[in-house]
Design a protein around this ligand. Sequence first.
Ligand SMILES: [Zn+2]
Length: 436
Amino acid sequence: MTSSLDGLGRWRSFECLAALQRKRLPHVLALAARSPFYRARFSGANAPSSVADFLALDLTTKQDLRAQYPFGMLAVEHDRLATYHESSGTSGAPTSSYYTEDDWTDLRKRYARKWVGISPSDVFLVRTPYALMITGHLAQAAARSCGATVVPADSRSTAMPHARVVRVLHDLDVTLTWSNPTETLLWAAAARAAGYRPECDFPALRALFVGGEPLTPQRRRRISELWRVPVIEEYGSTETGTLAGQCPEGSLHLWSDRVLCEVFSPQTGRISPEGSGQLVVTPLYREAMPLLRYNLADEVEVSFADCACGWILPTVRVFGRSSMFAYPVGDTMVTQQQLEDLVFSLPPEREVLFWRAQAELRTLRIQIEVPEAQRATAVQELGAALNAALRIPHEIAAVAPGTLVPLPILTQDQDVLKPRGLFGPQEDWDKALLYY
Ligand SMILES: [Zn+2]
Protein backbone atom coordinates (compact mmCIF):
# COMPACT_ATOMS: atom_id res chain seq x y z
CA MET A 1 0.00 0.00 0.00
CA THR A 2 1.29 3.50 -0.75
CA SER A 3 1.56 5.50 2.42
CA SER A 4 0.25 8.74 1.05
CA LEU A 5 -1.41 10.36 -1.93
CA ASP A 6 0.82 13.40 -2.01
CA GLY A 7 1.28 14.59 -5.49
CA LEU A 8 -1.34 12.40 -7.05
CA GLY A 9 -0.49 8.91 -5.88
CA ARG A 10 -3.05 6.15 -6.17
CA TRP A 11 -4.48 3.58 -3.83
CA ARG A 12 -4.45 -0.05 -4.79
CA SER A 13 -8.03 -0.62 -3.68
CA PHE A 14 -10.93 0.92 -1.79
CA GLU A 15 -10.25 -1.69 0.93
CA CYS A 16 -6.74 -0.20 1.43
CA LEU A 17 -8.32 3.21 1.81
CA ALA A 18 -10.90 1.97 4.34
CA ALA A 19 -8.12 0.23 6.31
CA LEU A 20 -6.22 3.51 6.59
CA GLN A 21 -9.35 5.28 7.83
CA ARG A 22 -10.04 2.58 10.43
CA LYS A 23 -6.45 2.71 11.65
CA ARG A 24 -6.57 6.47 12.02
CA LEU A 25 -9.98 6.80 13.74
CA PRO A 26 -8.99 5.94 17.35
CA HIS A 27 -6.35 8.68 17.20
CA VAL A 28 -8.90 11.16 15.78
CA LEU A 29 -11.33 10.31 18.62
CA ALA A 30 -8.61 10.80 21.25
CA LEU A 31 -7.70 14.21 19.81
CA ALA A 32 -11.35 15.28 19.68
CA ALA A 33 -11.87 14.44 23.35
CA ARG A 34 -9.44 17.24 24.22
CA SER A 35 -11.85 19.96 23.06
CA PRO A 36 -14.39 21.42 25.53
CA PHE A 37 -17.24 20.66 23.11
CA TYR A 38 -16.54 16.94 22.67
CA ARG A 39 -15.44 16.54 26.29
CA ALA A 40 -18.88 17.80 27.38
CA ARG A 41 -20.65 15.70 24.76
CA PHE A 42 -18.92 12.53 25.90
CA SER A 43 -19.27 13.22 29.64
CA GLY A 44 -21.09 10.56 31.57
CA ALA A 45 -20.55 8.04 28.80
CA ASN A 46 -17.40 6.14 28.05
CA ALA A 47 -15.43 8.30 25.66
CA PRO A 48 -15.62 6.75 22.18
CA SER A 49 -12.35 5.10 21.20
CA SER A 50 -13.04 2.45 18.56
CA VAL A 51 -14.35 2.34 15.01
CA ALA A 52 -17.59 0.85 16.33
CA ASP A 53 -17.90 3.76 18.78
CA PHE A 54 -17.34 6.19 15.93
CA LEU A 55 -20.10 4.59 13.86
CA ALA A 56 -22.55 5.21 16.71
CA LEU A 57 -21.73 8.94 17.04
CA ASP A 58 -24.26 11.68 16.41
CA LEU A 59 -23.58 14.33 13.79
CA THR A 60 -21.81 17.57 14.64
CA THR A 61 -23.82 20.41 13.09
CA LYS A 62 -23.15 23.95 11.94
CA GLN A 63 -25.31 25.09 14.87
CA ASP A 64 -22.95 23.24 17.22
CA LEU A 65 -20.01 25.15 15.74
CA ARG A 66 -21.82 28.49 15.98
CA ALA A 67 -22.68 27.80 19.61
CA GLN A 68 -18.99 27.11 20.32
CA TYR A 69 -17.84 30.50 18.97
CA PRO A 70 -15.02 31.31 19.29
CA PHE A 71 -12.89 28.62 20.99
CA GLY A 72 -15.22 25.89 22.26
CA MET A 73 -13.79 23.43 19.69
CA LEU A 74 -10.16 24.16 20.58
CA ALA A 75 -8.21 20.97 21.30
CA VAL A 76 -4.67 22.37 21.67
CA GLU A 77 -2.99 25.13 23.68
CA HIS A 78 -3.80 28.61 22.31
CA ASP A 79 -0.20 29.40 21.55
CA ARG A 80 0.02 26.48 19.13
CA LEU A 81 -2.52 28.10 16.77
CA ALA A 82 -1.18 29.37 13.45
CA THR A 83 -4.33 30.98 11.96
CA TYR A 84 -7.91 31.82 12.89
CA HIS A 85 -10.73 32.00 10.32
CA GLU A 86 -14.45 32.58 10.16
CA SER A 87 -17.23 31.90 7.76
CA SER A 88 -20.66 33.37 8.24
CA GLY A 89 -23.90 31.94 6.99
CA THR A 90 -27.05 33.80 6.06
CA SER A 91 -27.89 34.26 9.75
CA GLY A 92 -24.71 36.27 10.17
CA ALA A 93 -23.60 34.22 13.18
CA PRO A 94 -19.89 33.46 12.81
CA THR A 95 -18.45 29.97 12.56
CA SER A 96 -14.85 29.84 13.77
CA SER A 97 -12.13 27.55 12.51
CA TYR A 98 -8.47 27.42 13.43
CA TYR A 99 -5.38 25.52 12.49
CA THR A 100 -1.95 24.69 13.89
CA GLU A 101 1.20 24.71 11.78
CA ASP A 102 0.88 20.90 11.44
CA ASP A 103 -2.75 21.30 10.34
CA TRP A 104 -1.47 23.68 7.66
CA THR A 105 0.86 20.99 6.30
CA ASP A 106 -2.20 18.81 5.70
CA LEU A 107 -4.21 21.75 4.27
CA ARG A 108 -1.45 22.71 1.81
CA LYS A 109 -0.98 19.16 0.58
CA ARG A 110 -4.68 18.63 -0.04
CA TYR A 111 -4.99 21.87 -2.01
CA ALA A 112 -1.85 21.16 -4.04
CA ARG A 113 -3.28 17.91 -5.44
CA LYS A 114 -3.98 19.27 -8.90
CA TRP A 115 -3.51 16.91 -11.84
CA VAL A 116 -1.76 19.58 -13.90
CA GLY A 117 0.71 20.07 -11.03
CA ILE A 118 2.05 23.29 -9.48
CA SER A 119 5.78 23.97 -9.93
CA PRO A 120 8.42 26.67 -9.30
CA SER A 121 7.99 27.92 -12.87
CA ASP A 122 4.33 28.76 -12.23
CA VAL A 123 2.97 32.27 -11.66
CA PHE A 124 -0.12 31.71 -9.54
CA LEU A 125 -2.85 34.37 -9.27
CA VAL A 126 -4.96 34.06 -6.09
CA ARG A 127 -8.32 35.74 -6.67
CA THR A 128 -10.44 34.65 -3.69
CA PRO A 129 -11.05 36.51 -0.39
CA TYR A 130 -8.25 36.78 2.17
CA ALA A 131 -10.21 38.45 4.98
CA LEU A 132 -11.12 35.93 7.69
CA MET A 133 -11.86 33.11 5.22
CA ILE A 134 -9.28 30.44 4.46
CA THR A 135 -9.52 30.23 0.67
CA GLY A 136 -7.00 32.90 -0.34
CA HIS A 137 -4.47 31.90 2.32
CA LEU A 138 -4.91 28.23 1.42
CA ALA A 139 -4.12 28.71 -2.27
CA GLN A 140 -1.25 31.05 -1.44
CA ALA A 141 0.31 28.64 1.07
CA ALA A 142 -0.11 25.62 -1.22
CA ALA A 143 1.32 27.39 -4.28
CA ARG A 144 4.29 28.72 -2.29
CA SER A 145 4.98 25.26 -0.85
CA CYS A 146 5.31 24.08 -4.48
CA GLY A 147 7.74 26.92 -5.21
CA ALA A 148 5.39 28.93 -7.42
CA THR A 149 5.38 32.75 -7.56
CA VAL A 150 2.16 33.93 -5.92
CA VAL A 151 0.32 37.05 -7.11
CA PRO A 152 -2.11 37.89 -4.27
CA ALA A 153 -5.06 39.51 -6.07
CA ASP A 154 -7.88 38.98 -3.54
CA SER A 155 -11.46 39.26 -4.82
CA ARG A 156 -12.99 41.58 -2.24
CA SER A 157 -10.53 44.45 -2.41
CA THR A 158 -11.04 47.75 -4.19
CA ALA A 159 -7.30 47.69 -4.86
CA MET A 160 -7.81 45.00 -7.51
CA PRO A 161 -10.59 45.78 -10.03
CA HIS A 162 -11.09 43.38 -12.95
CA ALA A 163 -9.11 45.60 -15.34
CA ARG A 164 -6.08 45.23 -13.08
CA VAL A 165 -6.55 41.45 -12.93
CA VAL A 166 -6.52 41.34 -16.74
CA ARG A 167 -3.36 43.49 -16.87
CA VAL A 168 -1.61 41.22 -14.37
CA LEU A 169 -2.76 38.03 -16.12
CA HIS A 170 -1.31 39.33 -19.36
CA ASP A 171 1.82 41.25 -18.33
CA LEU A 172 3.08 38.79 -15.68
CA ASP A 173 2.48 35.70 -17.84
CA VAL A 174 0.26 34.17 -15.16
CA THR A 175 0.13 30.39 -15.63
CA LEU A 176 -2.44 29.31 -12.99
CA THR A 177 -5.35 31.07 -11.28
CA TRP A 178 -7.62 30.36 -8.31
CA SER A 179 -11.10 31.96 -8.19
CA ASN A 180 -14.77 31.18 -8.33
CA PRO A 181 -16.02 30.21 -11.80
CA THR A 182 -17.95 33.46 -12.33
CA GLU A 183 -14.72 35.44 -11.93
CA THR A 184 -13.24 33.75 -14.98
CA LEU A 185 -16.20 34.91 -17.06
CA LEU A 186 -15.80 38.47 -15.75
CA TRP A 187 -12.09 38.40 -16.68
CA ALA A 188 -12.98 37.21 -20.18
CA ALA A 189 -15.37 40.15 -20.60
CA ALA A 190 -12.84 42.55 -19.05
CA ALA A 191 -10.09 41.18 -21.33
CA ARG A 192 -12.23 41.84 -24.40
CA ALA A 193 -13.07 45.32 -23.12
CA ALA A 194 -9.31 45.95 -22.90
CA GLY A 195 -8.78 44.75 -26.48
CA TYR A 196 -7.45 41.27 -25.68
CA ARG A 197 -8.73 37.94 -26.98
CA PRO A 198 -8.94 35.51 -24.03
CA GLU A 199 -8.43 32.52 -26.36
CA CYS A 200 -5.02 33.58 -27.67
CA ASP A 201 -3.58 36.66 -25.94
CA PHE A 202 -2.72 34.83 -22.69
CA PRO A 203 -0.39 32.10 -23.98
CA ALA A 204 1.28 31.44 -20.60
CA LEU A 205 -2.00 30.45 -18.97
CA ARG A 206 -2.25 26.66 -18.57
CA ALA A 207 -5.18 26.03 -16.17
CA LEU A 208 -7.90 27.79 -14.19
CA PHE A 209 -8.53 26.38 -10.70
CA VAL A 210 -12.07 27.14 -9.54
CA GLY A 211 -14.27 26.48 -6.52
CA GLY A 212 -16.68 28.05 -4.07
CA GLU A 213 -19.72 28.01 -6.33
CA PRO A 214 -21.77 25.27 -8.03
CA LEU A 215 -20.58 24.70 -11.59
CA THR A 216 -22.40 22.69 -14.25
CA PRO A 217 -20.41 20.74 -16.87
CA GLN A 218 -21.82 23.05 -19.57
CA ARG A 219 -20.53 26.20 -17.90
CA ARG A 220 -17.19 24.56 -17.16
CA ARG A 221 -16.84 23.62 -20.84
CA ARG A 222 -17.71 27.16 -21.92
CA ILE A 223 -15.08 28.70 -19.59
CA SER A 224 -12.55 26.19 -20.91
CA GLU A 225 -13.41 27.11 -24.53
CA LEU A 226 -13.12 30.82 -23.76
CA TRP A 227 -9.62 30.55 -22.30
CA ARG A 228 -8.50 27.38 -24.16
CA VAL A 229 -7.19 25.79 -20.96
CA PRO A 230 -8.52 23.13 -18.56
CA VAL A 231 -10.88 24.36 -15.83
CA ILE A 232 -10.07 22.32 -12.72
CA GLU A 233 -12.66 22.40 -10.01
CA GLU A 234 -12.28 21.69 -6.33
CA TYR A 235 -14.62 21.55 -3.41
CA GLY A 236 -14.09 22.44 0.24
CA SER A 237 -15.02 24.81 3.05
CA THR A 238 -13.41 27.21 5.49
CA GLU A 239 -14.08 24.72 8.32
CA THR A 240 -12.29 21.87 6.54
CA GLY A 241 -10.07 23.11 3.70
CA THR A 242 -10.06 21.18 0.42
CA LEU A 243 -12.23 18.04 0.40
CA ALA A 244 -12.24 17.02 -3.25
CA GLY A 245 -10.41 17.73 -6.48
CA GLN A 246 -11.09 17.13 -10.13
CA CYS A 247 -9.39 14.38 -12.14
CA PRO A 248 -8.42 14.56 -15.84
CA GLU A 249 -11.72 12.84 -16.70
CA GLY A 250 -13.68 15.72 -15.15
CA SER A 251 -14.94 13.95 -12.00
CA LEU A 252 -14.52 15.34 -8.51
CA HIS A 253 -12.81 12.82 -6.22
CA LEU A 254 -12.99 13.00 -2.42
CA TRP A 255 -9.56 13.06 -0.69
CA SER A 256 -10.70 10.12 1.45
CA ASP A 257 -7.21 9.25 2.64
CA ARG A 258 -7.23 12.57 4.50
CA VAL A 259 -10.91 13.06 5.34
CA LEU A 260 -13.47 10.35 6.08
CA CYS A 261 -16.60 11.27 4.12
CA GLU A 262 -20.10 9.92 4.69
CA VAL A 263 -23.58 10.75 3.41
CA PHE A 264 -26.49 11.62 5.71
CA SER A 265 -30.06 11.18 4.53
CA PRO A 266 -32.38 13.64 6.34
CA GLN A 267 -35.33 11.53 5.19
CA THR A 268 -34.21 8.26 6.79
CA GLY A 269 -31.73 9.56 9.36
CA ARG A 270 -29.20 7.01 8.08
CA ILE A 271 -25.51 7.66 7.51
CA SER A 272 -23.91 5.68 4.66
CA PRO A 273 -20.55 5.61 2.90
CA GLU A 274 -22.17 6.49 -0.45
CA GLY A 275 -25.40 7.60 -2.11
CA SER A 276 -27.34 10.87 -2.16
CA GLY A 277 -27.79 13.19 0.81
CA GLN A 278 -25.79 15.66 2.87
CA LEU A 279 -22.01 15.39 3.08
CA VAL A 280 -20.65 14.50 6.53
CA VAL A 281 -16.90 14.79 7.08
CA THR A 282 -14.34 13.67 9.68
CA PRO A 283 -10.89 15.11 8.99
CA LEU A 284 -8.28 12.45 9.77
CA TYR A 285 -5.32 14.82 10.34
CA ARG A 286 -6.54 17.74 12.38
CA GLU A 287 -5.38 18.77 15.82
CA ALA A 288 -6.47 22.34 16.60
CA MET A 289 -10.14 21.78 15.89
CA PRO A 290 -11.08 18.11 15.50
CA LEU A 291 -14.46 17.48 13.89
CA LEU A 292 -16.35 14.20 14.21
CA ARG A 293 -19.06 13.54 11.65
CA TYR A 294 -19.45 17.21 10.82
CA ASN A 295 -22.51 17.76 8.60
CA LEU A 296 -21.62 20.33 5.95
CA ALA A 297 -25.28 20.20 4.82
CA ASP A 298 -24.25 20.40 1.17
CA GLU A 299 -26.37 18.16 -1.05
CA VAL A 300 -24.09 15.60 -2.70
CA GLU A 301 -23.99 12.24 -4.39
CA VAL A 302 -21.03 10.01 -3.48
CA SER A 303 -20.11 6.95 -5.55
CA PHE A 304 -17.49 4.20 -5.34
CA ALA A 305 -17.90 3.31 -9.02
CA ASP A 306 -14.63 3.13 -10.98
CA CYS A 307 -13.55 6.31 -12.78
CA ALA A 308 -11.64 6.16 -16.08
CA CYS A 309 -8.83 8.20 -14.50
CA GLY A 310 -7.83 5.20 -12.37
CA TRP A 311 -7.77 7.05 -9.04
CA ILE A 312 -9.00 4.78 -6.25
CA LEU A 313 -10.98 7.51 -4.53
CA PRO A 314 -14.77 7.92 -4.37
CA THR A 315 -16.33 10.49 -6.69
CA VAL A 316 -18.69 13.21 -5.52
CA ARG A 317 -21.21 15.38 -7.31
CA VAL A 318 -21.91 18.58 -5.37
CA PHE A 319 -25.26 20.29 -5.72
CA GLY A 320 -24.65 22.81 -2.92
CA ARG A 321 -27.59 24.04 -0.89
CA SER A 322 -29.85 23.23 -3.80
CA SER A 323 -32.96 24.02 -1.79
CA MET A 324 -31.79 27.63 -1.68
CA PHE A 325 -31.69 27.80 -5.45
CA ALA A 326 -34.94 26.01 -6.37
CA TYR A 327 -38.17 27.93 -6.91
CA PRO A 328 -41.59 26.86 -8.17
CA VAL A 329 -42.98 27.99 -11.52
CA GLY A 330 -46.46 26.53 -11.86
CA ASP A 331 -46.13 22.92 -10.73
CA THR A 332 -42.45 22.65 -11.61
CA MET A 333 -39.48 23.31 -9.35
CA VAL A 334 -36.78 25.19 -11.24
CA THR A 335 -33.13 25.12 -10.13
CA GLN A 336 -30.24 27.38 -10.92
CA GLN A 337 -28.32 24.38 -12.27
CA GLN A 338 -31.04 23.56 -14.80
CA LEU A 339 -31.04 27.11 -16.14
CA GLU A 340 -27.25 27.38 -16.15
CA ASP A 341 -27.15 24.15 -18.16
CA LEU A 342 -29.50 25.56 -20.78
CA VAL A 343 -27.89 29.00 -21.03
CA PHE A 344 -24.37 27.58 -21.43
CA SER A 345 -25.60 25.00 -23.93
CA LEU A 346 -26.18 27.87 -26.38
CA PRO A 347 -23.50 27.84 -29.11
CA PRO A 348 -20.36 29.83 -28.15
CA GLU A 349 -20.85 32.22 -31.07
CA ARG A 350 -23.92 33.67 -29.31
CA GLU A 351 -21.39 35.12 -26.80
CA VAL A 352 -23.72 34.77 -23.80
CA LEU A 353 -21.68 34.97 -20.58
CA PHE A 354 -24.12 36.58 -18.15
CA TRP A 355 -27.74 35.83 -17.32
CA ARG A 356 -30.32 36.11 -14.57
CA ALA A 357 -33.78 34.67 -13.99
CA GLN A 358 -36.77 35.32 -11.79
CA ALA A 359 -39.16 32.51 -10.96
CA GLU A 360 -42.64 34.02 -10.72
CA LEU A 361 -45.65 31.94 -9.80
CA ARG A 362 -46.78 31.35 -13.36
CA THR A 363 -43.84 32.27 -15.51
CA LEU A 364 -40.07 32.24 -15.57
CA ARG A 365 -38.43 35.49 -16.66
CA ILE A 366 -34.91 35.19 -18.05
CA GLN A 367 -32.52 37.88 -19.21
CA ILE A 368 -29.39 37.09 -21.20
CA GLU A 369 -26.70 39.54 -22.21
CA VAL A 370 -26.11 39.07 -25.94
CA PRO A 371 -24.71 41.20 -28.79
CA GLU A 372 -27.29 42.74 -31.15
CA ALA A 373 -26.48 40.51 -34.12
CA GLN A 374 -27.05 37.31 -32.12
CA ARG A 375 -30.15 38.39 -30.22
CA ALA A 376 -33.00 36.87 -32.22
CA THR A 377 -31.22 33.54 -32.69
CA ALA A 378 -30.19 33.28 -29.03
CA VAL A 379 -33.74 33.95 -27.80
CA GLN A 380 -35.19 31.41 -30.22
CA GLU A 381 -32.63 28.74 -29.26
CA LEU A 382 -32.99 29.27 -25.52
CA GLY A 383 -36.79 29.21 -25.83
CA ALA A 384 -36.66 25.89 -27.67
CA ALA A 385 -34.28 24.45 -25.06
CA LEU A 386 -36.57 25.59 -22.21
CA ASN A 387 -39.61 24.06 -23.89
CA ALA A 388 -37.80 20.77 -24.38
CA ALA A 389 -36.28 20.56 -20.90
CA LEU A 390 -38.74 22.19 -18.51
CA ARG A 391 -42.03 22.85 -20.32
CA ILE A 392 -42.84 25.91 -18.27
CA PRO A 393 -44.20 29.30 -19.40
CA HIS A 394 -41.32 31.72 -19.85
CA GLU A 395 -40.33 35.14 -21.12
CA ILE A 396 -36.83 35.57 -22.47
CA ALA A 397 -35.37 39.04 -22.88
CA ALA A 398 -32.12 39.63 -24.72
CA VAL A 399 -30.39 42.65 -23.21
CA ALA A 400 -27.39 44.59 -24.44
CA PRO A 401 -23.92 43.76 -23.11
CA GLY A 402 -23.32 46.06 -20.15
CA THR A 403 -26.86 45.64 -18.77
CA LEU A 404 -26.22 42.88 -16.24
CA VAL A 405 -22.51 43.59 -15.76
CA PRO A 406 -21.99 47.35 -16.29
CA LEU A 407 -18.98 48.19 -18.45
CA PRO A 408 -17.24 50.32 -15.74
CA ILE A 409 -17.05 47.18 -13.56
CA LEU A 410 -14.88 45.65 -16.27
CA THR A 411 -12.81 48.69 -17.26
CA GLN A 412 -12.30 50.91 -14.20
CA ASP A 413 -8.78 50.94 -12.78
CA GLN A 414 -8.88 53.64 -10.12
CA ASP A 415 -6.01 54.50 -7.83
CA VAL A 416 -5.96 53.09 -4.35
CA LEU A 417 -6.43 56.02 -1.95
CA LYS A 418 -4.44 56.56 1.21
CA PRO A 419 -5.65 58.52 4.24
CA ARG A 420 -4.83 62.21 3.90
CA GLY A 421 -5.50 65.39 5.90
CA LEU A 422 -3.71 68.30 4.25
CA PHE A 423 -4.74 69.59 0.81
CA GLY A 424 -3.43 72.31 -1.50
CA PRO A 425 -5.48 75.35 -2.65
CA GLN A 426 -6.72 73.69 -5.89
CA GLU A 427 -7.34 70.24 -4.39
CA ASP A 428 -10.65 68.73 -3.35
CA TRP A 429 -10.52 68.40 0.43
CA ASP A 430 -13.75 66.39 0.39
CA LYS A 431 -11.37 63.53 -0.34
CA ALA A 432 -9.96 63.75 3.17
CA LEU A 433 -9.91 60.33 4.84
CA LEU A 434 -11.87 58.84 1.92
CA TYR A 435 -9.49 55.90 1.60
CA TYR A 436 -12.02 53.70 3.34
ZN1 LIG B 1 -11.58 10.29 -12.05
